[in-house]
Design a binder for this molecule. Structure first.
Ligand code: HH2
Length: 299
């Protein structure tokens, strides 16, 4: 008997995004990127206008995004700091406009003030690339709202993070960092089951570091939290293929396949429609391989 299409491949747990259950225990979810910035590395300026950003988010939801990540500050290498008022003015109207999208909205921010306003506007997840270090009050805001929090590893700050990053053992250091940030989040009152961890591909890392982390996604799943990975259109793909940012879809697809096979439970991507098919096909291959080795999985 073939494995059921909805059969769990990697055990995980559900995240409660304000009543919408994100079943990372059952399958890998696709998070669609909605950047409301003038300077994001791949789509800066495209959706700076509120209506264009909302239209884009709705289109990604229609393409099958499981959740939408709205950001008002670019964190690309060399990006400059955006003040809270500017960031708020960018993201809040877009989050309000995406309330009816039918999928939970996450806010990509490092600031407690922005997280608070975004949650009031209807966001149901907070994605903090500083893992709660830039603004210690952010964890309190998330704890109070009871929403999931994504904790990402970054070495340094975006303005300077690519200036000669060095590690002894990058995988061990990122793993220890994420474990410590999860402990800090739990100490701040965030439920264990509401935490997501992310190795932060491209954030204070050379290619050798990115590749080591991508090779060790399965090890990071042992932290006991769903692992989110953001590889979409990133620089390491451009360098591997010698291609500009608008030509990195196939490279992104290969990298997504790789991380899904190693247990990633959320992938953050710009190109939702093709990536969703890639994820589903990779999971079908994984179920097939499991059935071939151990016999069909029974529910
Ligand atoms: N990558 C980017 C932004 N936010 N959040 C998480 N959790 N993981 C990531 O890998 C990640 C992230 C960078 O991508 P993008 O939003 O397209 O670019 P920019 O930061 O220039 O807006």
């Amino acid at each position: 008997m073939p494995a059921r299409a909805d059969e769990p491949v990697v055990k995980g747990h559900d995240l409660d995004a304000r009543g919408t259950v994100l079943e990372t225990g059952t399958r890998c979810l696709v998070m669609g990127v909605v950047n409301v910035t003038p300077d994001s590395f791949s789509d800066g300026g495209l959706h700076l206008d509120r209506d264009a950003a909302v239209r884009h988010g709705l289109a990604l939801a229609a393409e099958g995004a499981d959740l939408l990540d709205v950001g008002g500050e670019s964190t690309r290498p060399g990006a400059t700091y955006v003040d809270a008022a500017t960031e708020l003015a960018r993201v809040v109207p877009v989050i309000e406009g995406l309330r009816g999208a039918g999928v939970p909205v996450s806010v990509d921010t490092r600031k407690a003030e922005v997280a608070r306003a975004a949650l009031a506007a209807g966001a149901a997840i907070v994605n903090d690339v500083s893992a709660g270090r830039d603004d210690p009050a952010l964890m309190e805001v998330v704890a109070e709202a009871g929403v999931p929090l994504v904790l990402m590893h970054m070495r340094g700050v975006p303005a300077t993070m690519q200036d000669d990053p060095r590690y002894g053992d990058v995988v061990a250091e990122v793993e220890a960092f994420l474990a410590a940030r999860c402990a800090a989040a739990e100490a701040a009152g965030i439920a264990h089951d509401q935490l997501v961890v992310d190795p932060g591909i491209g954030f204070g890392k050379r290619d050798e570091h990115n590749y080591a982390l991508l090779a060790n996604v399965a090890r990071l799943t042992r932290l006991g939290h769903p692992v989110l990975v953001g590889v979409s259109r990133k620089g390491f793909i451009g360098r591997a293929l010698g291609l500009d940012v608008d030509q990195r879809l196939e490279g992104t697809e290969a990298a997504v396949t790789w991380v899904v096979e190693r247990g990633a439970r959320i992938v953050r991507v710009h190109d939702v429609a093709p990536i969703r098919r890639i994820v589903r096909m990779t999971e079908a291959l994984m179920r097939g391989a499991q059935a071939a080795e151990h016999g069909p999985v029974r529910g």
